[in-house]
Design a binder for this molecule. Structure first.
Ligand SMILES: [Zn+2]
Length: 133
């Protein structure tokens, strides 16, 4: 029962075209993605929720993860306050390709979802951000 921020590393097996709630229809290229989020109440519960396929689609990320081509391959998390969430999103935005408007309705970030093309970046993330895994 603790709060913190997390990053989901998501693998997408094929190109998909998805309806993402208010964002409308978006195209996602096959590959790796990093999604940044936070939970101010129960972090583990939130992360478990991301793994469940059957749920009411609430966050943008729910739409992506409800697709059969998508699966979470790694979860990174850290106990910290909410300001760390956007700092982490900024870190990814300098290294990945942001999906504009995704997951950032309540902050000023460009996005909280990033298409990752540089695989080494993940190791760098681990070293720089000092996640607990
Ligand atoms: Zn943000």
């Amino acid at each position: 029962m603790f709060k913190g921020i997390y990053a989901l590393i998501i693998e997408l097996d094929s190109d998909v075209c998805l309806n993402v709630g208010a964002l409308g229809e978006l195209k996602f290229k096959k590959g790796l993605y990093a999604y940044v989020g936070s939970a101010q109440a129960n972090l583990l519960y939130r992360i478990k929720r991301h793994f469940r396929r059957e749920k009411r689609l609430f966050w943008h990320i729910d739409y992506l993860l409800s697709n059969n081509a998508a699966r979470i391959i790694k979860v990174l998390f850290k106990q910290t306050d909410k300001s760390g969430e956007c700092a982490l999103a900024t870190f990814f935005s300098e290294r990945g390709e942001p999906i504009p408007g995704f997951g950032c309705s309540d902050c000023r970030c460009k996005s909280h979802l990033f298409h990752i093309t540089d695989y080494h970046m993940l190791d760098e993330t681990m070293q720089t951000v000092h996640f607990e895994t």
